[in-house]
Design a protein. Structure first.
Length: 173
């Protein structure tokens, strides 16, 4: 849980305040770009963390203000965690709600943690999402904000297979 929360805070701060990931002594550096997805690498307590990320190509909803929106697949070498999938919604997600992720008709439900992030519930779901991302062409993410606003974000999955291979190579997994 600590790892999830620290990554969430790190990612939110990184993308919210800079608008993009920047290289720095402790920050992630872009390792490679694959169409609509990019792979980043950084060190956390001497262990490599690698993630692939993308932003939606289309966002819909009746909101007036929204922060950065991202989908992630992350590997942590420290404990061998692999395929950890999460969404940063760009707004506080309604407490107790579920974010739905649909990839070419296959639907996944992600429970929410307080804040702007939704995570796959278990390793089996993480693995299924990582597989579906590589095989699919479009991902649609639907969520509800604390204010009750429904949002729909559409992601292109162009480049996910190459990004996933680069992710595995970057973290030796």
């Amino acid at each position: 849980m600590k790892k999830i929360l620290s990554f969430s805070l790190f990612a939110i701060m990184l993308f919210t305040f800079t608008g993009k990931a920047v290289a720095g002594p402790d920050g992630p550096r872009m390792s490679s770009k694959h169409n609509d997805w990019a792979v980043y690498v950084y060190e956390d307590n001497g262990h490599k963390v690698c993630f692939m990320t993308s932003q939606p190509t289309k966002s819909a909803g009746k909101y007036t203000k929204r922060g950065e929106i991202h989908a992630f697949v992350t590997h942590w070498t420290e404990d061998g965690s692999k395929n950890v999938f999460n969404i940063i919604a760009g707004y506080p997600i309604k407490t107790g709600s579920v974010v739905t992720v649909t990839i070419d008709g296959k639907k996944f439900s992600l429970p929410t943690i307080k804040g702007e992030t939704a995570w796959a519930a278990d390793q089996a779901t993480d693995n299924a999402l990582a597989d579906a991302l590589q095989r699919g062409s479009t991902m649609v993410v639907k969520g509800t904000s604390q204010r009750g606003t429904l949002t729909t974000d559409t992601y292109s999955l162009r480049g996910t297979t190459a990004a996933y291979k680069a992710l595995n190579t970057a973290c030796n997994m």
